[in-house]
Design a protein. Structure first.
Length: 41
């Protein structure tokens, strides 16, 4: 099937970008929770 050859890389890249975006958001919130008590001390 020639469709799978085009569908899977697009889905893989899209899912990977979504996962990376969620990881950066989680890391940003984690750093924010660490830095807020330091700033408002």
């Amino acid at each position: 099937m020639p469709v799978d050859r085009f569908v899977w890389p697009v889905c893989g890249v899209f899912c990977l970008s979504v996962i990376i975006r969620f990881l950066f958001l989680f890391l940003f919130l984690f750093l924010l929770m660490i830095m807020l008590p330091v700033w408002f001390r």
